[in-house]
Each structure stands twice: as C-alpha cells, then as structure tokens.
Design a protein around this ligand. Structure first.
Ligand code: SF4
Length: 369
C-alpha cells in the first residue's frame, strides 16, 4: 500500500481512506486490516497465493463480534477479502454492521457475481470502495482466472457498480505477462471512474509457485516506474487515478531518487515516509483469517499473533513478533544498513518468503542490485 501519486504530487485520490487509516492509528495503534472472510472461491486463478486452501470460517454471530472488536480497536481501514467474499450469504449483514460502526471498508471481489441486484445491495451497504482484479484484455484475463467469460463479467460489474455510484479500484498483480497491459488498466480506470489502480508485486507462493518465471526482474519494475514518473507524476496523465503499489516499498524510494536527480524537491514525501514506514508489517497493519486468527500479514501465516474473537486487538500489538517486525533497528542484511530503512523497511513478506528470515533483507529492492 504505497500511494505514489499522493506521496510525490500531493494529489490524493484516496485521501479519505488514508485519513481513516491515520485516525485509527492514532486512536488504537491499528491503521488497516485485511480480513479474509472466506477462502471459498468460484475462480481458480493460476497465481492465487492461497492455492485453493479452504479453512473453516466464522459464523454470522462470530463475524459480527469481530466487527465489534475492530470498532473497539479504533475503526481501522478494513479490506474485506477472500477467496470470494460475496460467496458468504451474510456478507451484506457484515458490511452494514461495519458501516454502522463507522468503519471504512474496501471490498475486494473478483466481480463475477456482481449483477444488478448485487450492485444495488452493495451501494445500499455503504461500502466505501470496491476493488476488482483485472489482468489485461479478455484473453489474458480469462487465462489467469481459468474462467472463460470472466473478463466480460468484470467489465459488466465495473459498469454496474459505477452506475450505482460506488467508488472503484482496479487491482492487478504485476506478473510478466501483465506488464504489457498496465496502460490498458489505467485506461479502463479512467473510463469507469476508478479512484486507483492497485499493482501488487507477484509473489510465487500458493498456485503461483508454479510460475516463478512470471516474477518481473528489477529492470522491468524500474521501467514501469520510469513510465509512471514521466507520464503520470510529471506528465499529469491519469491525474485522478492513484498509483497504489502493494508489497514493494522500495518502489517509492526508487521514484524519490529519480525525482531528486532531476532536481525536484522530495522533502514532503520524505517526511511522510519517515512518519509512517512504507513496510506496514508491525506498523499498524494486521490480517485476520477466516477463523479469526490474527497474523502479521495474510502472506505470513507462520506468524500468528492471536485470535480476533478471543483477544483484544490492541493488546496483540505488544506481541514480540509484531514489535520486532515493525522495528527497523532490527533489520538485517542490506535493509539493516540502508539509509532508508526507517522510511522503507523493505517488504517483510518478501524477506521471509525469499530468505526465510522475517527481519532479513528484501531481495527485490530496486535501489540495490
Ligand atoms: S535496502 Fe531494504 S530498506 Fe533499503 S530501500 Fe532497499 S528494500 Fe528498502
């Protein structure tokens, strides 16, 4: 969750979400939560990090109790995700309860189940943003999801949700075969009035472990960022659309260095990154599983902090794992000796997945080869 446009230009299409996260951080120490409410899914995407795993899930009464816990914890920005969350019969009950508690919600759905009735119900639920994955034009997208016609359904969903006045995000995974289609995604974002394109680095885990060759090289990431700098940050293209990067904090450091070289003042961005490290693990972010278990991250299920039904969420922030993940002075390798460690911190997810050490260096760092 690195908002490049707001960091470097001050134009912040997601400002309401950012404000909600910061207000919650001040209230209770938790800024944002990814809550996987189910692992059931109607698609079988080739890159899915969950890899088709299905665990039991909480009952309606239990999810409402977890919602209560989120309220008590300061009302963090809450990403409802899956699996496919719309497969839960009680999803509207949960969304309405979160709204009643004043919690800002981003719903992540694959879009295939959104018809006119669902779009109307989502609008009525008060959900603040709907994030829908798209991997490129029809042939590329349908090959990713392994469901012919899924691209058509996503486009229909975007149109319906826009027509019902919902705020939208288009999200994708930055795999090699998606790279040629990033512009297509921004074009669609403009067409459907989406507030952001969320670009999550591809991590070869789950089913994705079978497609390691799809991990972009550092040079491919740098070329993408150079395009963002020239066309969007300096050129003003797609001005109303945030460039939201997931699981790749050194992207912002790379952009900052390139802008500095060209004589631009980046002091404001530096101050913001010093205030709030880009690597969010141990720094206000938690993840909740379908069983209510709380983890450092939905990618880091070896690191369990407690359970949202039984534990006070704020107290879990004192867990030694949480504290060390958020402590930049404990970082090792190149991240440990990096002058940007308090701003960036490296992806703790990728450090663990690629090196086996939660506090190790992020081997995908874009400012070091
Ligand atoms: S070495 Fe680590 S902390 Fe420094 S910029 Fe790279 S990823 Fe970030």
């Amino acid at each position: 969750m690195t908002h490049l446009r707001s960091l470097f230009t001050g134009n912040d299409p997601l400002s309401a979400a950012e404000r909600a996260a910061m207000a919650s951080l001040r209230r209770g120490g938790i800024s944002s939560v990814i809550w996987i409410v189910t692992e059931r899914c109607n698609l079988r995407c080739i890159h899915c990090y969950e890899g088709g795993r299905i665990t039991p899930e909480l009952s309606t009464g239990e999810v409402l109790r977890v919602a209560e816990r989120l309220k008590e914890a300061g009302r963090p920005l809450t990403f409802i995700s899956g699996g496919e969350p719309l497969l839960r019969d009680d999803i509207m009950i949960l969304l309405r309860k979160l709204k009643e508690f004043g919690i800002r919600v981003i719903l992540s759905t694959n879009g295939t189940l959104v018809d006119e009735k669902m779009a109307r119900e989502l609008a009525d639920s008060g959900v603040n943003n709907v994030a829908i994955p798209l991997y490129g034009p029809e042939d590329v997208h349908d090959a990713f999801t392994r469901m012919p016609g899924s691209h058509e359904r996503v486009i229909r969903a975007l149109g319906l949700l826009r027509d019902y006045g919902l705020s939208l995000t288009i999200k994708t995974v930055v795999a090699r075969r998606v790279l040629p289609h990033i512009k297509y995604l921004f074009d669609l974002a403009v067409e459907y009035g989406a507030k952001a394109v969320y670009l999550c680095d591809f991590i070869p885990v789950g089913r994705g472990a079978l497609m390691r060759e799809e991990v972009p090289s550092k040079e491919e990431w740098r070329s993408l960022l150079d395009w963002f700098i020239d066309e969007m940050l300096l050129g003003g293209a797609y001005g109303g659309v945030e460039i939201d990067i997931g699981l790749h904090p050194s992207t912002a450091i790379y952009v900052m260095e390139r802008l500095r070289e060209r004589g631009y003042d980046t002091s404001r961005a530096e101050e913001r990154m010093k205030d709030r490290r880009l690597s969010v693990e141990g720094r206000g972010f938690i993840s909740i599983s379908p069983t209510g278990d709380v983890y450092l991250s939905n990618y880091l299920t070896d690191f369990r902090l407690g359970n949202a039904l039984r534990d006070d969420l704020k107290k879990l922030l004192n867990h030694p794992l949480y504290r060390s993940a958020g402590d930049s002075s404990q970082l090792k390798g190149r991240c440990g000796s990096c002058p940007y460690k308090d701003m960036c911190g490296g992806s703790r997810v990728k450090a663990y997945i690629y090196t086996g050490d939660l506090l190790g260096e992020d081997p995908t760092c874009l400012i070091q080869d």
